[in-house]
Design a binder for this molecule. Structure first.
Ligand code: SAH
Length: 239
């Protein structure tokens, strides 16, 4: 059934969603439907909130400041559980970071952790911008969950307070097991900055039992490529 609706615009909202419910559209959503998508009252779209599954809704009213849509059909149930997929990454320069965020969301990341490392060149992040990119990518790729963006933190703080979930540390030029030979399904990856990890960081990571060094092969990738290799590998594993 859902294939029939595959071409309908997909919108993320924060509010709860339920069969026969009503969705209030704020001025941003109204502008988007009216002026960007050129939609009118009576037309349908898909909607999800990351918690309740996916629905078809029909636009009832579309004003300048607010509008209303009503839910007409449930398309997909929310999956009961999703295996976590954490990505700990060093903020990159704008275009490379945009690429990284979009692809990570498409590849099913559940938790994005921007982490400051010694050689991180971009030491600030714009959370609003990252949130907007996360939403856009999630809307586009049809996922039903919304990744969590964690606050920017230092490598030391993130690792010291880490939950204990095995953390695959993508380690270039070091002693590390090939990613493809792991027997367990990786649930968390740590990627370094463009300049790589420094010696003190490597020593610190080596001392942590939850951290396991993994190699992605002989080629040295850019940080965003290395992240894609890790996430694409995980996305192909049965889970
Ligand atoms: N400038 C560094 C490379 C940094 S690559 C150097 O020349 O040594 C950026 C990040 O991508 C690394 O910190 C690592 O986390 C990851 N990475 C790149 N290639 C990798 C590989 N072959 N194996 C494991 N991790 C890799």
């Amino acid at each position: 059934m859902s294939e029939l609706y595959g071409t309908l615009q997909r919108l993320y909202v924060r509010e709860d969603l339920a069969a026969e419910g009503v969705i209030l559209l704020d001025s941003k959503a109204c502008h988007y439907f009216k002026n960007v998508l050129r939609r009118q009252e009576g037309e349908s779209f898909r909607v999800f909130n990351g918690r309740d599954g996916e629905f078809i809704a029909r636009i009832e009213t579309l004003g300048k400041k607010e509008g209303r849509a009503c839910i007409v059909l449930k398309l997909k149930d929310q999956p009961a559980t999703v295996l976590p997929l954490h990505l700990l990454f060093s903020p990159l320069k704008k275009d490379r970071m945009d690429f990284l965020i979009e692809k990570a969301v498409e590849l099913g990341v559940t938790d994005l952790h921007p982490v400051l490392m010694r050689r991180t060149s971009n030491r600030k992040i714009n959370e609003d911008r990252l949130h907007a990119q996360i939403i856009e990518a999630a809307e586009q790729c049809e996922r039903l969950t919304m990744p969590t963006l964690h606050p920017l933190s230092s490598l030391e703080r993130v690792i010291t307070s880490w939950s204990g979930l095995p953390l695959c540390w993508a380690r270039e030029r070091g002693n590390a097991q090939e990613l493809g030979t792991l027997t367990e399904i990786p649930q968390a990856f740590l990627l370094g900055p463009e300049g790589g990890f420094d010696e003190a960081e490597c020593a610190f990571l080596e001392s942590k039992t939850a951290v396991k060094a993994v190699s992605l092969g002989e080629r040295i990738y850019r940080a965003e490529t290395a992240a894609l290799v890790c996430l694409a590998y995980r996305s192909l594993l049965p889970s």
